[in-house]
Design a protein around this ligand. Structure first.
Ligand code: SF4
Ligand code: SF4
Length: 91
């Protein structure tokens, strides 16, 4: 499933450049993740890069965007086809 940033976010900007899909951006109050771009890093990395770097552990799975591994991979392949993320052999 896509991930979501909780209101514990301290706006440190560490996660934004780590996202291979450009899914993270600064919102009105805290950073936000675009669910249509977040693949949980499937296609790029073994682990969610934003979760790895967040100093306050405020990035969690979004129960409103429940997706299987296959669906996440399908989303990744669609993003590659649309030129929205770079193809990679990793992950
Ligand atoms: Fe981006 Fe990966 Fe975090 Fe999703 S899990 S927002 S794809 S860094
Ligand atoms: Fe917010 Fe965590 Fe991203 Fe920092 S790394 S901007 S605290 S979500």
């Amino acid at each position: 499933m896509a991930l979501i940033i909780t209101d514990e976010c301290i706006n440190c900007d560490v996660c934004e450049p780590e996202c291979p899909n450009g899914a993270i951006s600064q919102g009105d109050e805290i950073y936000v993740i675009a669910p249509d771009l977040c693949t949980e890093c499937v296609g790029h990395y073994e682990t969610s890069q934003c979760v790895e770097v967040c100093p306050v552990d405020c990035i969690i799975k979004d129960p409103d965007h429940d997706e299987t591994e296959d669906e996440l991979r399908g989303k990744y392949e669609k993003l590659v086809a649309e030129g929205k993320t770079a193809p990679t052999t990793a992950g």
